[in-house]
Each structure stands twice: as C-alpha cells, then as structure tokens.
Design a protein around this ligand. Structure first.
Ligand code: GAP
Length: 431
C-alpha cells in the first residue's frame, strides 16, 4: 500500500487533484479535481448509479438542489444537533474538538483551554440582496434531506411500492474543524446517498442486506477485502437520527477510517418533516388498508473518500528488468484512461500519422489519449502510473502489415492485432 505522501504527489503531478485556489495560497480543506481526477470521479459516480438505479427496479434517482428552505434543517435536527464541542487555547488561540483531545492542556503549546462550547458545522449564507435573519439559509451538510422532502413527489410520480429507494449524488458542505489527511475530511465534498424505505417490521432485514451489498460494491470495484471492515457504532456515537449504524472502514495509511455509513434512521426524518411542514408524508398500505410512515435504511458514502481509497489500494511499485515500475492497478471501470495510442518512432511522420488516425477512429465514448512526446519506455511509464489499461503502439512494420501492438497494463503481455480488428478486440477487453 502506498503512503499518503506518494499519493498526494502523484495526484498533483499527474492531474488528479489540485488544491483549490492554489495560486492565491489555497483554501484549507477544499480541493479541485484535475483532468484525470474528474474522469475517475465520474467513473465512480457512474458505477454507483448503475449498480443502484439501472441495475434494479426498486430504486429511482433524484437530483435535489443544494440550497433548501431553512425549515428543512430545523426539522432534521441539524440546526440544534449538528455540532462539535470545541475548545480554544487561551495562549496560541488554536481551536480543537474536545472529544479528540487526550490531555487537559493545549496539545500545541501546553496553554490553558477554554470550556467546551457548541460549534455548528453548517455553512450559512443569505438569499436575496438583504442580509438578515429571515434570509439566512444553509449549504446542505448532507444530500439526504433533499430525498426526504421529495418522498411524496417521487412516490406519486413513479408509483412505487415499499420497499423502494431514492438515490442521489451531490455536493455537501461542512465547516469541519479537524481537517488534514489530504481529501479525507474536506469542507466541500460529494456524497452518494441512498434512502431505502421499508415496512418497519422489515427494517432489520434490509439493514443487514445493505451492509452486504455495499461492502460488495467496493470489492467488486477492486478494493482488497482485507483492507475493508465493518464497524458498529456504540450508542453514544450514534447520530441524532439513527437507531443503529455501521461504518464501512478502509485501512488508510493513517489507520482504519470511515468510507461509508449505513444507518437505520427509522421514521425520524419523515415524521419530523410531516410534523413541521404539516404535510402528509405517509405511505398507503393497500394490503392492510392503513397509512404508515416507512422506516429508512441509509447507505451514505463519500465520493472523495472512495476516490482516495481506490487510488491507495490500486497503487503498487514493482521491479521490472531492474527498474522501478509504478502502476495504478485500477479496475477497468474506474481507470480514467482506457487506451493510449503511442507511436514507437515520433520522428517518422508516416508512423505518427497512422497512430493519429487510429486514435481518431477509437475516440468517442471513453477517454483515449494520443502521446508522442517522449520515448516509448517513458510513454509506457507515464501511462502505467495513471492506470491506463491498454497501450497501442504503432511501429514501422505497422505501415506494411496493418497491425499494431496492444500491451496489457497488468501483465505487460503484448498482442499483435490487425487495425481492422482493433475496435472489436478492445471492446471485448474493456467489457
Ligand atoms: N446522511 C448521512 C450522513 O451524511 P455521515 O456519516 O455524516 O452521514 C456520510 O456522512 C459519508 O459522507 C461519510 O461516510 C463520508 O464518506 C462522507 N463524508 C462526511 N463528511 C465528510 C467530509 N468532511 N469530507 C469528505 N467526506 C465526508
């Protein structure tokens, strides 16, 4: 497994992740995804969406707004309960989460600490041009509430019956106090959340089901099972809305840490919203001829954390013919670049022209690149380091036999393939 410094350096050097507003000195714990990062992040979202919305008939998608009526956050409990207990050092003025302190004095300078006080993690902003209490709203700290307030809209428009789920991917914002460990705890991040509504009597069964399903999603996409574990929350750790919760933890270089939480939220959210909005958020059970408030099981993952875990897990260094080879062994679905077309001789126009023509013919529905800016050894190293699955090389013989060499990233095995068979060959390999 890679250490975090190697991953951070690779991310910057190869265009996966940059610091936000870097030319102005950055903004703490906010990150931008570069060309390869944006590609890979999209691949993660696509894999999640496909597994839940396309691969099943009991889940619908949603894309709710980030800005919501502030009543939503009063009903959800975030205005009163989404807070950390903080202490300040009276000497160096640094701020700490009191639950993470091991000593009674400041861990930085030994100074005296203030009494703990509540600090709400939601970012505030204003709607309209006049600042004031009535215009104050929040940037959502979780995407889930957009799902709860749309429960009836989705139920009625899609005519679903229990059990059914609503899946959503989107940005969330938290004014985190403890940050660090690269993108692990960011102030702006993306979540992939599923709210799966069930009959209350079936909640325990579905809870167990989603624990298994979500663990499998990560291993199917290449994370080694030995680097994943399930950890149950003890009672005092549970969020204000949850009656039970397990984390899927990944063994990051800085220790076991949460990738995704799977919670039984019971009927907390729908009941709260029904009560504060005065609207009916129940489900009519046609068998029993009565209305019930469903329970909800929530698998809630962070895309940025999944991204980091996929990168760390895929990174390997090996020795090939006395030289170090760095490879990102990302799964086929997640690798940002699927194919690179590389001319063996960059100063032979006939070879480069043929390579460019092959590149144009293959482009379209996946990321394919062309590179002739270095020697072939260097070009291979560049592609291995970012996880490119196949490298196609065009050489002098290609001009006469109309064949090219296709090199597999992991085995480094090379196949000689006719140009007319190339598309079909790659489609089969990438399936
Ligand atoms: N709706 C439930 C919810 O938001 P959470 O455990 O607070 O639960 C869910 O967050 C997931 O969102 C986490 O497992 C993590 O992957 C991601 N996440 C939460 N805070 C984050 C942060 N500051 N930076 C990056 N990802 C974060």
């Amino acid at each position: 497994m890679a250490d975090l410094a190697k991953i951070t350096s690779l991310c910057k050097r190869r265009g996966f992740i940059f610091q936000s507003s870097e030319i102005y000195g950055g903004l703490a714990s906010v990150w931008d995804y570069g060309p390869l990062g944006a590609e890979m992040k999209n691949n993660i979202k696509k894999a999640w969406w496909e597994s839940l919305v396309y691969g099943r008939d009991d889940i619908e998608g949603l894309d709710a707004a980030i800005l919501m009526n502030s009543e939503v956050w009063r009903a959800s409990g975030h205005v009163t309960s989404f807070a950390d207990l903080l202490v300040d050092c009276k000497n160096c003025k640094k701020r700490f989460r009191s639950d993470q302190l091991k000593t009674a004095a400041c861990p930085e300078c030994g100074g005296e600490l203030t009494q703990p006080r509540q600090f709400n993690l939601m970012f505030k902003t204003n709607v309209g041009s006049i600042e004031g209490k009535g215009t104050e709203i929040f940037l959502r700290p979780e995407t889930a509430q957009g799902i709860f307030v749309n429960f009836q809209n989705v139920l009625v428009s899609s005519r679903k019956k229990l059990p059914f789920g609503i899946a959503q991917i989107g940005k969330a914002f938290r004014n985190e106090i403890t940050t660090g460990n690269f993108t692990f705890r960011s102030r702006e991040f993306e979540q992939m959340e599923l709210e799966y509504f069930v009959y209350p009597k079936d909640a325990a069964k579905w809870y167990k089901y989603w624990l298994d399903e979500r663990l499998k999603w990560y291993t199917d996409l290449g994370i080694k099972a030995r680097n994943l574990r399930l950890r149950e929350h003890d009672k005092k750790e549970l969020a204000h809305y949850a009656s039970s919760c397990h984390d899927i933890d990944y063994l990051f270089p800085f220790g076991w840490s949460e990738l995704e939480g799977i919670a039984n939220r019971g009927d907390f959210d729908l009941k709260q919203h029904a009560s504060l909005s005065g609207k009916d958020l129940s489900f009519y059970d046609e068998n029993k001829k009565n209305r019930i408030i469903p329970y909800v099981i929530e698998p809630s993952g962070g895309i940025d954390r999944a991204f980091l875990a996929f990168l760390i897990d895929a990174y390997r260094e090996e020795e090939v013919r006395g030289e170090k080879r760095v490879v990102l062994g990302l799964s086929k679905r997640l690798a940002p670049i699927k194919v690179a077309v590389l001319p063996l001789l960059r100063n032979r126009p006939k070879v480069t022209d043929m390579a460019k023509k092959i590149y144009s013919g293959l482009r379209g529905d996946k990321r394919i690149v062309y590179d002739d800016t270095a020697s072939i050894g260097r070009l291979y190293r560049r592609q291995d380091e970012v996880g490119t699955l196949y490298c196609i090389t065009v050489d002098v013989d290609s001009l006469s036999d109309k064949k090219v060499t296709v090199r597999d990233r992991d085995t480094m095995k090379q196949d000689r393939i006719g140009v007319d068979k190339l598309k079909e060959y790659l489609e089969k390999k990438l399936r």
